[in-house]
Write a protein that binds this ligand. Structure first.
Ligand code: IVH
Length: 700
């Protein structure tokens, strides 16, 4: 008997074998249609027929969950969900900059360079001083002179592919010209919108009944991240080149030389850039720039100083977020006066009660401000901010606007001091201050809707799981409907959908396509980098930076969880190990251990670990001979300072420890080494001289 044709059989009549065959067929067919539709813009079936294929696949999977394929179309996003760009891993991280807010900070920057490089006090350190453009950073990859890819900064390691959109920007050459164009070069710089283009765009937005952009930077970012490059083309964007990533052959000499080469290749380089013989000269540049700021046709928010010598840049290297060889010297925050209409209390994901001043709208530095943080009850009391008061507000860069002070002469006679609540305004639970803390916290935990929703919102946010289509509004609605009460529920949403009285597609604000896109976006995040996972958990004091330090130290989720369980014993080895991670202080260590000591949090992590694939941390420089090794420096180093030695070792993926133990792999001993060298000998740990160490890492 020949097998029957399963393709037209109703799902409930399929045998296990037939179902397995059908799932295989559907996976291949759907992938092929995805390719035709999205890759070639040439679909060969109707949308309805395509939807029917996906529906059949989902129905079979629901009946035979044990047969779900690793390449199932409901897991793999065969196409980028609406609103998404393809991810691009940067050749080198795209860094941010440390900030200097005063001349003193800038002077300290120069001193720190001297100390790090062990330069004498009178040795000149030349800088390139540049305007700090208020736009968004992009990286442009040119191979043999041709622009082949453009990406946004993203989280600094992985950005978004915006090549098609960047190709519409007239300032950016598709080809680099000239005899010395490198084989490959990642040009980095800022895409921005001129003030004139911004004003014209907002007029057009208003005429079309659309929301205006708050400032030129938002307008530039919004215009670049358009799914339709035609829209980007219609928005006049500009570009300045100021840095680079990978370049083959690698440039030598001076930063200023490279900028000269950029200009010769046809890239726009800002004409205000100046070479300065030392910090004193950069401060003159800063004042001149400040005087010129208002008349420039584009917005800047400060100056950037970069060490001119590239060999020194190389030696100075990077901290986790920013290079040691550059700093942003910000212009002072802009201020304005307005009145406080109300004081609201917001409840954050850790239960913190934050007072927010609702203000009569006022323009501050080109942005309309209607809210400003009042930080905590002590700050309200210290500044004595009252409803009805006239206040001075300021904003600097990206930070939340702040209330600086009250204009007492303008206080209304009936203004009364603000009484801070001792109960959570959302759930009513008692809100108390912990010892030594300024912040009052709601004691309702996850029974408090505000905390639960805030945690979920953080979990899906851009730097965490980055689930497209799942923002605050949707999270709140899912929580209120009881559909998602914890992070793991997000990943079971699709499987539960069929059993719901009202499936997602029939709920208010949703349709077939948006529901499908959401499920696809969720499914695409079932595999997640460890540092994102840790950040998403919302542990107090664990931002992106600390999440990366933890991921790097523990390497994978399982040993991390085991270590956190062991670290509950504060005096023990596991706790010492955590506390010892360079960059993780005692406050962070306490917060992490406290988080894992809470049974509810352990359940959340266990539930997630069971359904997700959390990737092991990938050392960025896996080719180095010292990657993953624990090293200890002891005695006097003669070829570099201790800071430089430590930074270099860490940049190569080694862990630098302060004491020798059985976990130590290498001890680098200079003259005068004492007890640590003896301990190394006792434990049989490899010891190297400084020169041997340098030979080992040379070229890495
Ligand atoms: S250099 C490793 N130069 O400022 C050096 N950045 O606050 C990385 N920016 O992410 C950046 N003008 O988006 C550099 N002349 C300039 C800049 C500049 C604006 C932006 C850039 C960066 C941010 C850091």
């Amino acid at each position: 008997m020949s097998p029957r044709d399963a393709t037209s059989l109703a799902v409930e009549r399929l045998s296990v074998l037939e179902a397995e065959g059908e799932l295989a067929r559907l996976a291949t067919e759907i992938a092929e249609h995805d390719r035709r539709y999205h890759g070639e813009d040439a679909p060969t079936i109707s949308d309805a027929a395509y939807d029917a294929l996906r529906q059949r696949n989902a129905d079979i999977e629901r009946r035979f969950p044990q047969l779900i394929r690793p390449d199932s179309p409901s897991h793999a996003v065969g196409f980028a969900p609406a609103g998404a760009f393809e991810p691009v891993t940067h050749s080198r991280p795209m860094l941010s900059l440390e900030n200097a807010f005063s001349d003193g900070d800038a002077g300290e920057f120069e001193q720190s360079i001297r100390r790090f490089l062990a330069l004498p006090d009178d040795a000149p350190v030349a800088f390139v001083a540049e305007p700090k453009i208020d736009g968004l950073a992009v990286t442009l990859r040119y191979e043999r002179g041709r622009l082949i890819q453009a990406a946004t900064r993203g989280d600094g390691l992985v950005g978004e592919d915006v090549t098609r959109n960047v190709e519409t920007i007239a300032d950016i050459p598709r080809r680099l010209a000239g005899p010395d164009v490198p084989e490959t070069v990642d040009v980095r710089g800022e895409i921005y919108m001129s003030r004139a283009a911004f004003l014209a765009l907002n007029e057009a937005q208003a005429a079309a009944g659309q929301k205006p952009f708050a400032n030129p930077r938002n307008a530039a970012a919004g215009s670049l991240r358009q799914l339709d490059p035609g829209i980007t083309r219609s928005r006049p964007l500009s570009f300045w080149a100021y840095a680079w990533g990978d370049v083959v052959p690698a440039p030598t000499g001076l930063h200023a030389d490279m900028l000269t080469r950029f200009a010769a290749w046809g890239l726009p380089v800002n004409p205000l850039i100046r070479v300065c013989s030392g910090i004193a000269e950069t401060l003159v540049f800063y004042r001149d720039l400040g005087a010129e700021r208002a008349s420039l046709p584009y917005e800047i928010d400060g100056a950037v100083y970069k060490v001119n010598r590239l060999d020194w840049q190389q030696r100075l290297g990077l901290r986790s977020r920013a290079p040691r060889w550059a700093i942003a010297h910000k212009f002072p925050a802009e201020q304005a006066q307005t009145t406080v209409e109300r004081i609201d209390i917001q409840v954050g994901r850790t239960g913190s009660l934050t007072p927010v001043a609702r203000l009569a709208p006022v323009g501050v530095g080109g942005v309309i401000v209607t809210n400003a943080t009042l930080h905590n009850e002590f700050e309200i009391a210290r500044k004595d901010v009252r409803v009805g008061d006239t206040v001075i507000v300021q904003r600097a860069g990206d930070v939340i606007p702040q209330v600086v002070s009250v204009v007492l002469e303008r206080r209304p006679a009936d203004a009364v001091a603000f009484v801070f609540p001792d109960h959570c305004p959302v759930c009513g639970a008692h809100a108390a201050q912990e010892e030594g803390e300024a912040v009052r916290r709601c004691s309702g935990g996850l029974t408090c809707a505000a905390q639960a929703v805030e945690r979920l919102r953080h979990f899906v946010s851009r730097d965490a799981f980055d689930i497209e289509g799942l923002g605050e509004k949707q999270v709140r609605a899912f929580w209120e409907a009881g559909l998602v009460r914890g992070p793991a529920d997000i990943f079971t949403l699709e499987a539960r959908d069929g059993d719901l009285d009202t499936p997602l597609a029939r709920r208010e604000g949703w349709g077939e396509t948006s529901a499908r896109n959401l499920f696809a976006a969720i499914a695409s995040k079932r595999t997640i980098a460890m540092e994102r996972f840790l950040f998403a958990l919302g542990i107090r004091h664990v931002g992106q930076n600390n999440a990366r330090l933890l991921a790097r130290h523990y390497g994978a989720l399982a040993p991390f969880r085991a270590a956190m369980a062991a670290a509950e014993e504060r005096g023990g080895e596991a706790y010492g190990d955590l506390d010892n991670i360079s960059g993780i202080g005692p406050v962070v260590a306490e917060a992490v251990v406290d988080f894992f000591a809470e049974p509810h949090n352990r359940t959340v992590v266990a539930d997630l670990a069971a359904i997700l694939s959390v990737e092991d941390f990938v050392q960025p420089l896996s080719t180095s001979p010292v990657t993953g090794k624990t090293v200890v420096f002891t005695g006097t180093l003669e070829r570099m300072t201790r800071d430089e030695a430590k930074a270099r070792a860490e940049a190569l993926g080694a862990k630098v420890a302060g004491s020798v133990s059985k976990k130590t792999d290498i001890v680098i001993a200079g003259p005068g080494a004492g007890s640590k060298l003896a301990k190394a000998a006792e434990l049989g740990v490899q010891t190297l001289t400084e020169d041997e160490w340098l030979a080992l890492i040379e070229g890495a």
